[in-house]
Write a protein that binds this ligand. Structure first.
Ligand code: FAD
Length: 442
């Protein structure tokens, strides 16, 4: 059985890995357009500073990434975050400590007493009866009030999706939150029930010594495959009961093909097989994001925390600022500081098109305004993601259900990427394993 994996981000890599665990006798070919595997998981080292170009870690409350790490023999690479990671800040026009507990929330100056009362009244809000996809904003306004939504949910969606509450479907982007209302009648009720049922804490933010690329390189080395790096796939056509995969150098035949590229590339590759499928794939939108890294040889600020998130109304020209060197100590030389500033997203989609100097200026303006840091960075780094994070908007779940059905109708074809069933590294690893199980069982 000849298998092709198209796209070697973490979704494609985990699929390849688990297929090989089950069927070491099946020859694998991995196609990747970039010269290295990893996709948005990639570390660039510049003058001793380790800049993550995208994701910098995962939470241990879900097991999928840990299981992959363990099975790949990479436990020794795991790097837990420092205690700083729990201390987060929120910029609303002034800087606030993000409350971590109900008493801290009550004391915090982020909402007025009346607005806090509205949040507490969530227990009295009846569960929604009508069907249909609700935005996170509509859900938040209905259950928790406008103020909480415009501050907390707004900042959180910028941090996770580079998006805004009015652009996301609560059921697609925050399925666990939607389930609390559906299954328990409300959020507080649901959280209490889960606590009584022994649900564990939120997990620890964890990464890899030397940056995420250390793990990607290790994982890649454990997968015995014909590696076609720097080789974009240009077409996939049905041929003799299987598929012919073409790249810039030629063509090869396969029995099963896993398309693990972003949705906009899958659109291009799969439209000739099924035009309706192509139209559906093209509907999946992305938030464009620029990542600006700033390295300071002498730490310009205590950086005693995880970083700063911002609200849309705060006037901060950046989505958020991550204090990477405080969260994972090996990201910068001793005494130095490494910040990563996230810019653009749905709040300002055109920002990714700015040139490097303009993006660095904007990042500096962000840290000046939010943190009072005016020092010149010694090292800078810019990475643009024109299609950074999929934006699961209203209609996403129905669209993906139809995409899944169309893919199932083509025996031997599989789709796996963060565009469909979850954007976190844990989701990608979990979906990689599930996809591998389907490939092997078919
Ligand atoms: C700035 C940023 C920060 C993030 N932070 C976090 C975080 O802290 N925690 C977290 O859990 N998640 C985070 N994420 C999300 C997470 O990184 C991604 O969801 C995940 O890495 C996506 O993996 P993937 O394999 O699905 O897609 P990708 O990583 O996009 O992989 C797809 C691969 O397909 C390749 N490809 C494209 N076209 C072709 C072609 N024609 N032929 C062959 N190959 C092709 C691409 O080069 C790429 O390598 C972040 C994302 C971004 C952008």
């Amino acid at each position: 059985m000849r298998i092709a994996i198209v796209g070697a981000g973490i979704s494609g890599l985990s699929t390849a890995f688990w297929i090989q665990q089950a069927r070491p006798d099946w020859p694998l070919t991995v196609y990747e357009s970039e010269p290295h595997a990893g996709g948005t998981l990639h570390t660039d080292v510049v003058d001793g500073f380790r800049f993550e170009s995208g994701c910098n870690g995962f939470l241990t409350n879900k097991r999928a990434t840990l299981e992959l790490v363990h099975a790949a023999g990479a436990d020794g690479l795991l790097l837990g975050s420092s205690d700083n990671a729990r201390k987060r800040f929120l910029y609303t026009g002034t800087l606030h400590r993000l409350p971590e507990s109900p008493p801290a929330f009550l004391k915090s100056g982020l909402l007025t007493p009346l607005q806090k009362l509205r949040v507490a009244a969530e227990v009295l809000v009846p569960a929604r009866r009508e069907q249909g996809d609700e935005t996170l904003q509509a859900f938040g306004y209905r259950r928790l009030g406008r103020a909480f939504t415009d501050v907390f949910l707004d900042a959180m969606t910028a941090g996770i999706y580079g998006s805004s509450p009015e652009k996301l479907s609560v059921a697609a982007a925050f399925p666990l939150v939607a389930a609390l209302e559906r299954e328990h009648g409300g959020l507080f009720r649901g959280m209490l029930a889960k606590r009584r049922g022994g649900a564990g804490p939120g997990g620890t933010l964890t990464s890899f010594t030397g940056g995420v690329s250390t793990f990607i390189d290790h994982l890649g080395a454990t997968i015995r495959a014909e590696w076609r790096l720097g080789t974009p796939v240009t077409s996939i056509v049905r041929a003799g009961g299987g598929f012919e995969v073409r790249d810039t150098a030629g063509a090869a035949g396969f029995d099963r093909v896993v398309v693990a590229t972003p949705a906009h590339v899958a659109t291009r590759l799969l439209t000739p097989l099924d035009a309706e499928l192509g139209t559906r794939l093209a509907r999946i939108e992305y938030s464009p994001i620029a990542v600006v890294g700033l390295g300071f040889r002498v730490r310009p600020h205590a950086l005693d925390g995880f970083g700063v998130l911002s609200t849309s109304r705060s006037g901060l020209p950046v989505l958020g600022i991550l204090w990477d060197s405080s969260v994972f100590a090996d990201r910068a030389p001793e005494g130095a500081g490494l910040l990563r500033v996230m810019i653009g997203g749905q709040r300002d989609p055109s920002a990714v098109a700015l040139d490097d100097a303009a993006l660095i200026d904007r990042a500096r303006a962000g840290i000046r305004q939010a943190m009072g840091v005016n020092a010149m960075p010694d090292v800078t780094y810019v990475r643009r993601w024109a299609r950074g994070i999929p934006n699961y908007g209203p209609g996403h779940l129905a669209n993906v259900a139809a995409i899944d059905a169309a893919i199932e109708a083509v025996p031997g074809l599989y789709l796996n990427n963060n565009a469909y069933h979850g954007v976190a590294m844990n989701d990608c690893c979990d979906n990689g394993r599930r996809t591998a199980e389907r490939v092997v069982a078919a």
